[in-house]
Design a protein around this ligand. Structure first.
Ligand code: ATR
Length: 276
């Protein structure tokens, strides 16, 4: 029987996860389909219980449900620590929750910089995405600075990490970036439709900085344009992170090796074609 997978969130209509996973199923000749389901925050528990009853094989969870969904699954320890899930596997009968955002970002950075240990990483943001990324990088021995608009959230996240400090987004940010090897935007700043904003400008960056934006729509954010202007040599857009977190979910659900290139091309083609 055809296996059904999907993503729950709100809004979810513009998610590229269906395009990405359906391309992977097609490439591997699997009898499976992936849909987007719009689910409100109030209905997340019903949606997860309903998915189990309907025999749905696996779900991704996106904004704004990642934290709330945790209460309706048995979560792996790291997802509990992060306080959010983005993947549910129903294959054992009980919904099991995972967080593959951190794995996705780690893989992107390993490919880009190699060894993470000892690197100075400045993360913009202290929300769900920043948490997942920082827990994984912290575990790999990076020295992390969390820079966030709301200071309390930065302070709170920093207190949960073993080697981390916090900063505001004001004048001190420039000095922090000067001392950083890697800059990651884990906020929604620069995302469609508010594309012409960036928390960091070219004059704050140096050419040896690695600049990674988790925003994938648009593919080239204002932050990445500023990085180019600053002569930054290693620039990474958000598509790879989307693909790698999706690939990790795919492995959990299917126990198959996902066709990464096919998934990445499907996402890039859709972004170019559809011009959201
Ligand atoms: P997610 O789960 O996608 O990380 P989130 O938990 O709502 O979403 O977090 C969004 C992050 O983007 C936060 O760090 C937020 O800063 P605050 O903690 O101050 O709210 C950051 N963010 C969103 N819009 C921003 C803006 N216009 N300027 C600066 N930071 C912004």
């Amino acid at each position: 029987m055809k296996k059904i997978y999907g993503i729950i969130g709100d809004p979810v209509a513009h998610s590229l996860s269906p395009v990405m996973h359906n391309a992977a199923f097609e490439k591997l000749g699997m009898d499976a389909v992936y849909h987007a389901f719009r689910v409100s925050s109030e209905e997340v528990g019903d949606a997860i219980r309903g998915a189990k009853s309907l025999g749905i094989s696996g779900l991704n969870v996106t904004i704004p449900l990642k934290e709330k969904a945790l209460f309706f699954v048995d979560a792996e320890p790291i997802a509990k620590k992060i306080g959010a899930i983005n993947t549910i596997d129903f294959s054992s009968g009980t919904p099991i929750g995972y967080n593959t955002d951190g794995i996705g970002s780690l893989r992107v950075l390993k490919e880009t910089v190699g060894e993470i240990k000892g690197k100075n990483v400045l993360i913009l943001g202290a929300g769900g995405a920043a948490k997942a990324i920082s827990f994984y990088l912290d575990a790999k021995g990076a020295k992390i600075t969390i820079a966030n608009r709301t200071k309390e959230r930065a302070v709170h996240l920093t207190s949960k990490l073993s080697n981390a400090d916090f900063s505001g987004l004001g004048v001190e940010l420039g000095k922090r970036i000067e001392a950083s090897d890697i800059l990651i935007n884990a906020t929604s700043v620069g995302m469609h439709p508010n594309e012409d904003v960036s928390l960091v400008s070219a004059d704050m960056m140096h050419p040896d900085l690695v600049v990674f934006d988790i925003v994938y729509n648009p593919m080239e954010t204002k932050l990445l344009r500023e990085a180019k202007r600053a002569g930054v040599k290693k620039i990474v857009d958000g598509v790879k992170m989307l693909v790698y977190q999706g690939a990790a979910s795919f492995r959990i659900w299917t126990k198959e090796e996902p066709p990464i290139e096919v998934m990445e091309n499907a996402v890039r083609d859709a972004l170019i074609r559809e011009k959201f």
